[in-house]
Write a protein that binds this ligand. Sequence first.
Ligand code: AMP
Length: 592
Amino acid sequence: MEFSLLVETFEQMEQTSSRLALTDYLVNLFKKTPANLLDKMTYLIQGKLYPDYEGVEMGLAERMALRAIANSSGKNLSEVEAIYQQTGDIGDAAGKAMVNKGQETLFSEPMTVERVYSTFDRIARTTGSGSQDTKLRYVSSLLNDASPREGRYIMKFVMGSLRLGIADYTVLDALAIAFTGDKQNREALENAYNVSSDLGTVARLLAEKGLEAIKSMQITLFKPIRPMLAERVVNAAEALERMEGKAAVEYKLDGERVQIHLSKDRVELFSRRLEKITDHYPDVAKASHSLKARETILEGEVVAINSQTGEYLPFQELMHRRRKHGVSEAVENYPVVVNLFDVLYLDGKSRTDLSYEDRRKLLLKVIKSGTNQIFNIVPQTVAGKESDIERFMAAAIESGCEGVMVKHLSSAYRAGARGYAWVKLKREYQSDLADTLDLVIVGALHGRGRRVGKYGAMLLASYDHKQDMFRSVSKVGTGFTDEHLDQFYKELEKHIIHQRHARVDTGMEMDVWFEPAMVIEVIASEITLSPSHTAAMDSIRPGFGLALRFPKFTGKVRDDKQPEDATDTEELVAMYKRQLKVHPETKTKEDS
Ligand code: AMP
């Protein structure tokens, strides 16, 4: 197929922003394309060589691109640079620079779409030392035989600046019209796209095998599935109403969504945007092999954790994993866990048509408990009352989650669809507490890993002066240096007691209890309602105490303070209310 045909269509498309017109141009182009070229054509019009999940990039440096244009146009490099300065786009610069270049010789190879694609492919696949020179030679081989109009698009493509604005759904419309004559068939195409994330394969299959083949297209291992998405609701009542009165409620973790594809000898992780992220999480990839499944596709949320307390850390901590070098240190320093929430494929069969309840049962079987520390099933409860959802949500927020996901018990997994079968309920406000708090250490957990022989986390209490009690408000395991940990271990030894102190009130279980003595300063991101801590119990909402979200030791031991001088529970209540005043639009029902 002549490359000039594609160039003409690109030029027409550039002139319009109307979706209808774009669709028409595409329909014409698809009809003229040989069936066995349709996959490549589909990628090319979206500025790609392969579906996104393959992660293939051209990787030609800008200076090399400018050199290629100079070579082929007969201009010198500084002239080409000047034109580039003017146009701001390397493709446009190539088009301009090449205008007066000599005619192609009689011996030049014809410019076909096949030739252009396979040269692009070679450029992308050339890696390692000296690869830039090789890539430059490939680009030049095309430019030497290209007209200025062709050169313009070749360079736009190579440099990733071909932006024709052709969305996936426009391609799907055009395919339906071009090959079935009926736009209604787009739905079947969309389903096929949702389970494969590969528009090129869908296009070619349709042209070669027809609509029936598209309708029977199945989930394939190592081709990511477009994820099911959730609508937002404002409160527990709306969530329950959407779910017809009874629903699964899951922690909504603040991490990165991951789709795990696993076979006996291969594992790949894909992000929500379906990019391959296996390299960011080698620990997760390795641990996947201990799951109880021969072949499976699972979905979960990767979350950074504090290795001592197991507490979830904010999403930003995962950024440390996005690097090319030093991954093994990052794995060591920034441990993660995966909370699995769905199974889409198991042992040769798609499971997306099963109900939520049945998929959850399968998922439980896949997670062989105790075999590794990375995989958990996401904490879940089944709720039939608003108060059940609210209680579960408070526990989720206190442990660092964003809120909860509420899911319809009998819903199938709808790949690529946003709907009310899943809804998200997020916490209402977010604040950074300006004040620090002074709290008493009343218990501790033994350390693990690097903290063996020290305490991993400490239980902190505030003082309730009315009843002369110490009521727990948080565990803290963050902000301690190794020296602190040694110092704390030594100092606290003299305060160890056999059981919880009579003046200490908490719902938490600890390895070691102390008499209230040592006061430390902490900061936190906010104060939240808590079903497990007892500070200011019932004062904001019946059955709930107050707790700290993302607490951190500031480094200050307040040995100038008696335990009774610690932050009082009444102060906590005042701080909680102040947060709400700062964000009045987010008041809860009970607070107004
Ligand atoms: P949002 O990004 O606010 O639209 O919320 C949807 C995202 O929440 C998903 O893409 C997941 O990354 C994340 N998430 C966290 N926990 C869950 C869960 N239990 N079920 C589904 N998605 C979850």
